[in-house]
Design a protein around this ligand. Structure first.
Ligand SMILES: O=C(O)C(=O)C[C@]1(C(=O)O)C=C[C@@H](O)C=C1
Length: 117
């Protein structure tokens, strides 16, 4: 994907996926440095980052499904769509652990489960 993102060196971000090389060698990885040892280390760390991102996506989706199940169960039984006291508890947990960013993250997570207010 081509982006306008500039890396901290001020150079435009190279796009390792642009164009592709059908039948050819894989495009080189852009580690953001020309130093081979640093690049190798970055590639290794990125493997774990990619694993973590995959887990975060899975957990995000599972949580949203579970939240939707609760919402449907509650509505079908004549209950309320939301339980704001519970949302406050959750936001407080995120804020305590992560500060102001935690609050923002908690709001996004809640929205994924119950939709926008
Ligand atoms: O725990 C509940 O009662 C839910 O409905 C789940 C959930 C959530 O995503 O955590 C979603 C909506 C509610 O307002 C509170 C919490």
């Amino acid at each position: 994907m081509m982006t306008d993102v500039k890396e901290t060196s001020g150079k435009p971000a190279a796009d390792s996926t642009a164009g592709g090389t059908p039948g050819g060698a894989a495009a080189p990885v852009n580690a953001g440095t020309d130093a081979p040892e640093a690049a190798a280390r970055i590639v290794a760390i990125r493997e774990r980052i990619d694993e973590i991102d995959g887990l975060l996506i899975e957990l995000w989706q599972e949580r949203a499904r579970l939240s939707q199940q609760i919402g449907a169960t509650r509505l079908a039984s004549g209950g309320t769509r939301l339980v704001l006291s519970r949302e406050r508890e959750i936001l407080e947990r995120f804020r305590e652990a992560l500060g102001a960013d935690g609050t923002q993250l908690g709001l996004l997570i809640l929205r994924a489960g119950r939709g926008p207010l």
